[in-house]
Design a protein. Sequence first.
Length: 143
Amino acid sequence: MARWRDGEMARWRDGKGDEMKISSYQDLDVWKRGMDIAVSIFMLTKAYPSDEKFGMISQMRRAANSIPANIAEGWARQSKKEFVYFLRVAQGSLRELETHLLLSQRCGLSDTPTTTPILAEITILSKQLRALLISLSGAKDAQ
């Protein structure tokens, strides 16, 4: 099991209350789901018009890539305080991505049947990140 620099063990409980062994950021469900969302966004934006290459495509891909990247970076810092900080940055990137996705619908770059499953994954990941933040910091304001 990983150990934070302050000596505290990096451990969480699953939904059943059983302790989970987390030895890498790649073991975290939030990182896995963030990676899946990033892949979905990459595939979605492949179909966007080329004149959006430096606009919506770039913005969406950067926001999507930032989610699992910040989770990984926070984990690598080996400090609970820094991990919490980077999880909050990942939350911000998630909301940025959600906004770009909704805007792409409104602008006609993507349709509702295509974006609905991705938006559902974003909602799940948002709840998972909030729960992880609460478990780490004990704060109920981990929006």
